[in-house]
Each structure stands twice: as C-alpha cells, then as structure tokens.
Write a protein that binds this ligand. Sequence first.
Ligand code: EPZ
Length: 434
Amino acid sequence: MKILVDGGHRLSGRVRVDGAKNAVLPILAASLLAEEPVTLRGVPALDDVLTIGGVLQGIGLDLEIDPGGNLRINPGTSRLQPTAPDDLVRRMRASFLILGPLLARLGEVRIALPGGCAIGSRPIDLHLKGLEALGAKLEHQHGCIRMQARGLVGTRIYLDFPSVGATENILMAAVLASGTTFIENAAEEPEVVDLANFLVALGARVHGAGSKVIRVDGVRRLKGTSYTVIPDRIEAGTFLIAGAITGGDVWVTNALPEHLKPTMAKLREAGCEVWEEEEGGVRVRAKGRPRSLDIKTLPYPGFPTDMQAQMMALCTLAEGTSIITETVFENRFMHVDELKRMGAQIQIQGHSAVVRGVPALYSASVTATDLRAGAALVLAGLAAEGRTEVGGLHHLDRGYVDLEGKLRALGAHIQRREEWHSPSAVPDLVGSPQ
Ligand code: EPZ
C-alpha cells in the first residue's frame, strides 16, 4: 500500500483535526483509576488507540468504542489483573503508560519493557525512578519488569529531564497515593494538562499541571466522568505546513491557537500570514517562497520535536539556508535521506541539520521511517513536481486518521493505492476518491 501524490496543487479550504493522540493515550491508561463508568469523546480512530485499547482489554478492562469516536469504559464489569499482554506492549511504547495507574489500583504490575524505535532508544529510567520514590519495589525479569507496592506514599520527585511519559506515569500513580506529591521539572505539554484535567474530573486533586511543578494531594478513590479530548496540535500544525508548502490558504477550524504558538511563530518567520480566526481555529496564507528558518526543538513550550520533520520539509524549499537542531531525541533525522531523494540539499552535523533551500523538489519513491517522517514526506510530495510515492504507511496511520482524505478535500491530488507493478495500470489521481 502506498500514498501517491501529484504535487504542485495549491491547497485551500477548511479542515478539522481529530482528538490528540498524545492526550487520549494517557487518558485511556488513566481510566484504569476510575471506579465508575467513564465516557471519552473525540477519540481518534488511530492504530495506536486500538493498540492501547487491546492492552487495557488484555488486563481486564471492559471498554468499547463506537464509530463516532465515543469510548465507554465500565469498571463495574472489569476484572483487572496485573499482567499486560507482551505483544501489544512491544508494539507501542505508550502502552507503558498503564504502569502508574495499574500500580495505584492493584498494587502490582508485570509488563514487558517497551522497545526502542526509529527515533531513539526511548529509556524508561525516569518512569521507574519516580514510581520507586513513591514506594514501589522493582524487579527485572527476562525483558519484563514487575513492580509491587503495598500503598504508594506521596513524596517530592525531581525529573532529570521533563519527560512527558514519566510525568504522566508518576502523576497517575500519585493521585491515589497517601499524602502529597510534588513532581518537579515536570513536562508542561498540553497533553499533560489534558490528562491532569481528566484526573481532576474523576475527583483527583492536581494543581500546577502545565507548569514546572505539579502538586498532587492523594485521594482514596476516583469516580467516573464524561470527557472530551483536546484537538491534536501536531495534526493541526501538519495541515498549516501543508498550506504553507503549497502556497495555499488553509484554515484548521478546531485548532487551539494557545497550543500552536511555536509553529505559528515559525510560519510567520518563514513569511506566511498566520492568524486566529474570529470563529476559532488557526489559518495560514502563504506568500510566495518561504524564507529560511533556524529551529531548535525543545520540551514545551519550546518548538515541538513532533513538528521537526514537517518543518524541515518546508525548509527544503526556502530561500536561504536553515539550521534545524533536534535536542529531544538522539536520532530523529531519519527523514533526511528520504527528503534528499526528492532533491533536498541537507547535511547532518551532529544534532543539527543544515538545509540549503532549493527552488523545487522532484518526485520520487520514498519510505516513512517513523510517524512524523511520513507526514513530512507527504508534505514534500504536495510541493514536488510529478508523482511522489510514499511507503511505510503503517507509521503514518499511527498518528493520522485519513490524512490523504483530508488533504484531498483541500485540493490535493492524492490517493492511497495498492502497490502498482506496471506504470500503465496507474489511473489519473484527479478521479473520484477510492
Ligand atoms: C511523548 O513521548 C510523545 N508520545 C512523543 O510523541 C513526543 O515526541 C515526546 O513525548 C516528546 O514530546 C506520547 O505522548 C505517546 P519523553 P515520550 O519521555 O513520553 C528521554 C509522536 O510522534 N527519556 O518526553 O516517550 C527520551 O529518550 C510521539 O506522537 C529518558 O531519558 O517522550 C527522549 O530523548 C513520538 N528517560 C526524551 O527523554 C525516560 O525515562 C523525551 O522523551 C524517559 C524519557
């Protein structure tokens, strides 16, 4: 299966993004803490959501999702047990987010160590250190870990790095610990704030989420709630760049501007008009060839690492030379080689990529190596001359629901096709959608 895109078509119009993948995954894990029914709305139909749903069902949680994106969890008919299904945990690192809530609910967890992935080794030392500080005992068993705790006790925890996942795992464990916990040097991402808001809706006592210090006053039990997940700021940023890279005019109607400040600022620096629409959302209008940018990824509120590849695609066509420095992950330049196959001029120097802008990219057959690299290659294909084929779609489907359908609605000539072996068989993409 590949995505075929005929580049050179200006995108314009309105698009709605789905619920945030990186908010719904921890919120689903946190649903293990509820002792009454939970309803989540705005749940995106992503492969990663299905994977964590399988993990939760594997440990006995009764959950069901309807096609409308509503997910219902019924603790009354759930029979939780401490062992997570290894195959699903290995498939997706975020499964590790069940560690904190399950430890808080059952007092023990057995889970496979998450694998690394294309963008880095992805250690979990900060998760484990935080949970041990709350009183959990850790055992390593043949590629799995087992944690036990006869009641977690609140304490002060300092994170060496503001890890999103570690902040979330510790937060979810601390809400049922006895006493008060302070998480210092905590991650400030909007998805952490959304998790904290969900926990408060369940009856938890959490203060300071979105700042460097989160305070948690433990409670004995948590009730149920109905909750709507925030829109996905990375998906929104991806569509804004789609507008910019095609010289178009794109309005992401449900984007939250306060979550998009770094991306909006960089698009303005590149010479685009970017503004908050009266009726809501964020709109971009490109003004000719983009100007070059200097970008350094940082934990929130810095420029998000999850937007780095997409912004690099824009920079490959900029006037001048851009410097893009990745400080969050050790190996998040896998998209560079694929962009170079399309004529991009990029040199990697340590943690930085030097991107010398070219007047045009040309189409090629390229392969996604991770989720955001896939998005970057589709964006490059929208601007490249000719027909670009993007493979490795299983990466893309982890983080985007119907990316090509949403782009087609904005005027892109793009289709998802079975792999073709004879050029004569490939129909014109402008035809009716599949
Ligand atoms: C979350 O991953 C996101 N995933 C990632 O999104 C995102 O790129 C990342 O945060 C940074 O914003 C989800 O929320 C499901 P980290 P996470 O722990 O929690 C090191 C996407 O494209 N680290 O903040 O795994 C780690 O190696 C994905 O949607 C430790 O050293 O990120 C990395 O270099 C990709 N020890 C850095 O911290 C630890 O115990 C940031 O990792 C934990 C992390």
